[in-house]
Design a protein around this ligand. Structure first.
Ligand code: CUA
Length: 406
């Protein structure tokens, strides 16, 4: 007998190799999460936010579905209870009457589910017919998801300096009206998911998916990627900033007129600008402009998020850090972003190795001062104060009841 007591004891004492491997993997992941120092947003993702007409429609449709399910549950339970009581063995000592074939019963058993399915289909199609049509004149936002960040472009607004007005990782939209989103992906499948404004759509390469979202309540909402897309899937976040129509118009007008401010001669911003646009070929430091766009400058790269209004943003690393933490993390981020955000495709600037398309590359080298100069330049890329979409916009947290706030 192979299964000896000793054998069993040793097995209980020592977990199998698979268990041990999984255990250390879990521990390593936990440790990595701790060490990465990433920030948890205190904003909730709330599907039942009734400030969104989209969510209200889905909510009332689901009430119908729940009501139908309750009726079915009660009906089936009653029938079961009745049958069990009526045909108990102690009340029916004889073998039950045997029969097969009952046209009326069989027709009923087919008809009832068919009616239920038709009813649910009609309700679903009715909701789709209400939600899907894109009314003429809705503001449109083109969304591009990539590993691991988002760009939000305003296709109807061409900047005076050329190119379409675009913001990275912070989506500004008007409140109180429908907004049409067109979402796609530049690499793998991602998921656009900002439940407070309604709905969720997969971002699929070479496919554009269109739908309408809305919220009645101006505020800052949380969005996340909802499709497992790689090492930093969980760090592929964004903010949705819903503004009153007036403030939204002010944002868009300022964004249209925006040209990155020309840095003063001899300033840190000017040194940062030069490094940003040209890199530092003698130490192998690549130019930021190869991958990033800054409106009103020669920087027109499209491989990374748009940085035109970087100084106005309050998040960094696609929502990985917020507020003061985002401010503090900027220099470490430029220095070695794959170290602080797993899977980040940005080159390193401290000479360490990084991976692009599975190939190891040696990073270029910038001094801490030079990195500080680039950070100073980035922080100077601000929209005018009256177009700062964060200013006085309430951050919506912990909505616990339909229609609830803060
Ligand atoms: Cu992108 Cu998950």
């Amino acid at each position: 007998m192979l299964n000896t007591i000793q054998d069993r004891q040793s097995r209980t004492r020592r977990p199998s190799r698979a268990v041990r491997t999984t255990g250390s993997l879990v521990a390593a992941l936990g440790l990595a999460a701790l060490l990465s120092g990433c920030q948890r947003s205190d904003q909730t993702l709330f599907l039942g936010d009734m400030a969104s007409g989209y969510n209200r429609e889905i909510f009332f449709m689901s009430l119908w579905a729940i009501a139908l399910s309750v009726i079915i549950f009660v009906g089936v339970s009653a029938a079961l209870f009745y049958t069990v009581q009526k045909f108990r063995e102690d009340k029916n000592p004889n073998a039950p009457q045997q029969f097969h074939g009952n046209n009326r019963l069989e027709t009923l058993l087919v008809a009832v589910p068919v009616v239920i399915v038709i009813l649910l289909s009609v309700l679903t199609v009715r909701s789709m017919a209400r939600l899907n049509p894109v009314p003429a004149g809705t503001p449109k936002i083109d969304i591009l998801g990539k590993q691991f960040w988002w760009n939000f472009a305003y296709p109807a607004t061409t900047a005076d300096a050329g190119g379409v007005v675009t913001n990275g990782n912070e989506m500004v939209m008007p409140a109180g009206r429908l907004v049409t989103l067109n979402v796609t992906s530049g690499d793998v499948v991602h998921g656009f998911w900002a439940p407070n404004i309604g709905g969720q759509r997969a971002a699929i390469p070479s496919v554009v998916r269109t739908w309408n979202v809305d919220t009645d309540r101006p505020g800052v909402y949380q969005g996340n990627c909802s499709q497992l897309c790689g090492a930093s899937h969980a760090n592929m976040r964004y903010k949705v900033i819903a503004l009153s129509q007036e403030r939204y118009d002010a944002f868009l007008a300022a964004a249209k007129a925006y040209r990155a401010p020309a840095p003063a001669a001899g300033s840190a911003e000017e040194r940062g600008y030069n490094l940003f646009v040209n890199g530092k070929p003698e130490t192998g430091a690549l130019a930021c402009a190869a991958c990033h766009r800054v409106q009103g400058t020669p920087a027109a790269g499209a491989a990374g998020p748009d940085l035109s209004f970087f100084g106005t943003r309050r998040t960094l690393g696609a929502g990985m850090w917020e507020g003061d933490k985002a401010r503090d993390m900027l220099e470490p981020w430029i220095k070695n972003s794959p170290e602080v955000k797993p899977g980040s495709l940005m080159p390193t600037y401290d000479g360490s190795e990084y991976t692009v398309s599975g190939k190891k590359q040696k990073g270029g080298v910038l001094t801490d001062d030079e990195i500080g100069d680039i950070a100073a330049y980035l922080r100077s890329l601000r929209l005018p104060d009256d177009a700062d979409y964060w200013r006085d916009t309430p951050v919506i947290k912990n909505i616990s009841a339909p229609g609830g706030q803060q």
